[in-house]
Design a protein around this ligand. Structure first.
Ligand SMILES: [Zn+2]
Length: 91
């Protein structure tokens, strides 16, 4: 079955670094406001943030959820976070 076709993102869409910083509460208020303004009208980014938050808050020992359609980036982010965590704990 054909998965969701990747659409061209409207200009100004958020990248995963911004989203994860937002979810971690690391963004300065100005950026956070801009990001929330964007989320208010961009359902694609809003959904990605929701998906990303679900991934980031799921316990580490849970199996990685299967990459649902449109979740490729978020899954990649999770994998990246995992390797960062490995680096942090092995240091
Ligand atoms: Zn967007």
């Amino acid at each position: 079955m054909r998965l969701l076709r990747k659409r061209a993102e409207p200009k100004g869409c958020l990248n995963l670094d911004e989203m994860s910083a937002y979810l971690d509460g690391l963004l300065p208020r100005k950026l956070r406001n801009e990001l929330e303004d964007h989320l208010a009208f961009c359902s694609a980014c809003r959904r990605t943030v929701i998906d990303l938050r679900a991934i980031l808050t799921s316990p580490d020992n849970e199996p990685v959820p299967e990459c649902a359609e449109g979740l490729g980036d978020a899954c990649a982010a999770r994998l990246r976070l995992h390797s960062l965590a490995d680096l942090a704990t092995s240091a």
